[in-house]
Design a protein around this ligand. Sequence first.
Ligand SMILES: [Zn+2]
Ligand SMILES: [Zn+2]
Length: 227
Amino acid sequence: MSEVRLSLDEVAQLVGPLAPSAATHQFWANARDHQLSRRKHWFDAGFDAFFEPASQSVRFVRSEGRRFEGAPPPVWTEPPTTDPDELARSVRALREKLKGRSGPLPPPPGSTDVQKVMGQTTRYNRDPNVIAWVIEQADGVCEVCEKPAPFARADGTAYLEVHHLRPLVEGGPDTTDNAVAACPNCHRALHYSAKSTALRAAVIVRLERMVDHPCKLNAAMQPIPTQ
Ligand SMILES: [Zn+2]
Ligand SMILES: [Zn+2]
């Protein structure tokens, strides 16, 4: 089967009530690579979708070049961890699994409520899936200066670091819309440069996936009351 046509009613029976905007082409066919695209749901299942106003139906067509039986196996399976070695191991395992993959890679959900573990140094329960996705998307190029990573790791992969534009310590989420792949130089600049605020703002403007998450802690690291 390479194509299936479903009326809006039939789709609603499968997935529940549809928004009124479902009767527009934009609802079904917004940008393919946009991570927030509704289309990613069926695209991830191997289909492109086309709305046909005349028949109030949607045509799902097998996406070109995608060959798999049923749904692809889940990618984002590594649990968050506070142990840096375990985190690095999980990221390596994920990147190994992603080798040779092509086409858009749906982002992992990450965490908007990052757990903090107090000890001699405070550690955050970080999601290796978010790191692996960000590094994979960057494809060896720093997302800040847009230059290739300055060196390769021992295993041959490009060395890039993942930075949270709204730091976890300020209540930023561990999600792909808050995490950027940076070369070591740009990573230090994001933290310590006199122009770090402008640099951060520029990255948020340039990279479509980024969200300017609010700071949830004040300078004294106390929660900012919400109105
Ligand atoms: Zn850079
Ligand atoms: Zn950082």
